[in-house]
Design a protein around this ligand. Structure first.
Ligand code: 89V
Length: 344
C-alpha cells in the first residue's frame, strides 16, 4: 500500500497539445511529482519542462527513461497507435500505467493492454474525463435520485461545427474519426449513466470533404434492462447554438425528464412543468482554454480519481472498465459497415 504522504513519481510520455492540459491538471492536485518527460522530439519535451518549470529529466528514448528513472507510473499522452507499445513496456517494468483515450487503435490491442497489465500485476487506468464533467455528474445524481422515475429512453448528443482540426490536425487524417475520438467519450457517458448495453445499430457518414474518417455517427442502443439510448455525434452540425465541447442529454422517465441543455443548464421536468432549473458551471482554472472549459476542467477531477486508484483505492475508469466502452466503439463500426443491428 502506498504511503499517502509520499508523492507518486510520474513520467509524462508525449508532450504534445493535450499534455499541456494533462500536466497543468496534475499540478493542481497534491500527491504527484512529474520527474521525467519523454517525447520523440526532445525539444518539445524541453519546452514543456521549461513552460511548467518542472525541473524534470527529459528523454527522447523511452527505454532509457524506463531504465534510469525511479518512477511509480507513466501517463501516456501520445497518439493512439503508440498506446499499446508504451503501455506494454511500462507494465513489463512493473510500472502502473495511465493512458489517454482512446485506449488503443483496435479492440485486439486494447484486450492485450488490459491482459498484459493484469498479468504483470500493475494498475492500468484510462484517462476518460467526459464522465467527470460537472454537468454530467449532476445529471447522474439527479437520475439516481429517482426524480424522473425509471428512465425508458434517452438522447445523448455531441453535435458541433467547431473547427477542431485547427488545434488537432491529426484528427483529419484518421481513417476512423468521430466514433474513436468522440464515441470513446459519449458512449462512456452512456455507460456511466445507464449501465451496460445488449444491442446497437449504428449509421455513419462523412460530410466534411477534406477529412478521411467519418464525422457523423448515430448509435441507437438498448440497455440490458431494455431502455433505449440514442447517442449522436457530429462535427458537421451547424446549429442555432454552437455547444462545443458540451455533451447534451435528454433522459425521459416514467415520472418526468431530465434535460441537460446548452451552457450547462439542467432542468427537471414533471407533469407540473419545469420544477428545477440549475446552471452547473465547470470549475475554472487559469490554465484552461475557455473554448474547452468543461473538458479541461474535468481533467483535474479525472486525475483525482485516477490518483485514488494509483494509491490502491477505487477508480472508475480502469482499463478493464474502459474495455467495455472500446467494445461499444468497435461494435458501432461493425454495425455501420454491415448496416445491421449488433448484439453485444
Ligand atoms: O477531449 C478530447 O478527446 C478532445 C476534445 C476536442 C473532445 O476535447 O478531442
Amino acid at each position: 500500500m502506498q504511503n499517502h504522504k509520499a508523492k507518486l513519481r510520474c513520467a509524462i510520455i508525449g508532450t504534445g497539445f493535450w499534455a499541456n492540459y494533462q500536466i497543468a491538471a496534475w499540478l493542481e492536485i497534491p500527491g504527484v511529482q512529474i520527474v521525467a518527460l519523454y517525447d520523440r522530439t526532445k525539444k518539445k519535451a524541453e519546452e514543456v519542462n521549461e513552460k511548467f518549470r518542472l525541473n524534470a529529466t527529459v528523454y527522447d528514448d523511452y527505454s532509457t527513461l524506463l531504465k534510469i528513472e525511479n518512477i511509480d507510473f507513466v501517463d501516456i499522452i501520445t497518439d493512439v497507435d503508440s498506446h499499446e507499445m508504451f503501455t506494454i513496456m511500462a507494465a513489463e517494468k512493473g510500472l502502473d500505467v495511465v493512458c489517454q483515450k482512446p485506449m488503443a487503435a483496435n479492440l485486439e490491442q486494447a484486450d492485450n493492454m488490459v491482459a498484459t497489465c493484469k498479468n504483470a500485476g500493475v494498475k492500468f487506468f484510462i484517462h476518460e474525463n467526459f464522465r467527470w464533467q460537472a454537468p454530467i455528474r449532476k445529471l447522474k445524481n439527479a437520475l439516481d435520485a429517482g426524480v424522473i422515475g425509471k428512465p425508458f429512453k434517452a438522447r445523448v448528443s455531441y453535435c458541433s461545427a467547431f473547427p477542431v482540426f485547427d488545434n488537432q490536425s491529426f484528427l483529419a487524417m484518421l481513417d476512423r474519426f468521430i466514433l474513436m475520438d468522440i464515441g470513446s467519450h459519449v458512449l462512456d457517458i452512456c455507460r456511466f449513466l445507464f449501465g451496460e448495453f445488449s444491442s446497437l445499430y449504428c449509421l455513419t457518414q462523412t460530410v466534411n470533404p477534406v477529412i478521411r474518417g467519418e464525422d457523423v455517427a448515430n448509435v441507437l442502443m438498448k440497455t440490458t434492462s431494455g431502455m433505449h439510448c440514442y447517442a449522436e455525434m457530429s462535427y458537421a452540425s451547424i446549429l442555432e447554438k454552437e455547444a462545443f465541447p458540451q455533451t447534451l442529454a435528454l433522459i425521459e422517465g416514467e415520472k418526468g425528464s431530465l434535460h441537460l441543455t446548452n451552457d450547462f443548464e439542467l432542468k427537471v421536468i414533471t407533469r407540473s412543468g419545469v420544477i428545477v432549473s440549475e446552471i452547473i458551471n465547470p470549475k475554472m482554472y487559469n490554465w484552461l482554454d475557455p473554448a474547452y472549459a468543461v473538458v479541461h476542467s474535468s481533467i483535474v477531477d479525472c486525475n483525482v480519481d485516477i490518483l485514488n486508484g494509483l494509491r490502491g483505492g477505487f477508480c472508475e475508469t480502469t482499463g478493464a472498465d474502459n474495455l467495455k466502452t472500446v467494445d461499444l466503439v468497435w461494435k458501432s463500426y461493425e454495425s455501420a459497415a454491415a448496416a445491421k443491428k449488433i448484439t453485444i
